[in-house]
Every structure is written in C-alpha cells, then in structure tokens.
Ligand binder design. Structure first.
Ligand code: FES
Length: 88
C-alpha cells in the first residue's frame, strides 16, 4: 500500500490526498483544480510551478538546477514525498 500525502493547491484552496506513486498534476486535475499542462512527460515546462515541500523530480527532464533550487517543480511528473503546497 503506497503512502499518501496532502497536497494543497493554493489558488483554489483545494487539498487532495495524493499517493507517493501518483503525479501531482493528475491528482489536481482529477479533483477539478485548473492547472496548466501540455506534454505530461516532464519535457515542456508548461506545468512548472513553485512547490513547498519535498517532491520527486527524477523524471523532470527539462527543469534546471537553478529552478529546482528556487523551489520550482514540474508537477506532471512530480510525486509527493511530503505534504505539499502548490503555488497554482
Ligand atoms: S506538462 Fe510538460 S513538463 Fe509538465
């Protein structure tokens, strides 16, 4: 049974439970949150937003180390590793 975390989308104020093996973007869309996206493969940056917390970015091909250091993430391939606050 995968662990899950609480992910809050700040603009809508919605909080959803997201499993550790689930993408944050897909979980948000499923809950009715309006989120920008295109490729859903970590390759276009359309979904890039600031995220507070620990989010797995091992499949986020296009994000730079500077963007990661600034707290940005590609949420389409981002899986939670802690509760998160998503600035979208
Ligand atoms: S939708 Fe393309 S990188 Fe996330």
């Amino acid at each position: 049974m995968p662990r899950s975390f609480l992910v809050t989308f700040i603009k809508s104020g919605k909080t959803v439970e997201v499993a550790e093996n689930e993408g944050v973007l897909g979980a948000g869309l499923q809950a009715g949150v309006t989120l920008a996206f295109d490729c859903r493969k970590g390759r276009c940056k359309t979904c890039m937003v600031r995220v507070d917390g620990i989010i797995d970015q091992s499949e986020a091909w296009l994000i730079s180390n500077e963007e990661l250091a600034d707290g940005y993430a590609l949420i389409c391939v981002g899986k939670p590793r802690s509760d998160l606050r998503v600035h979208a």
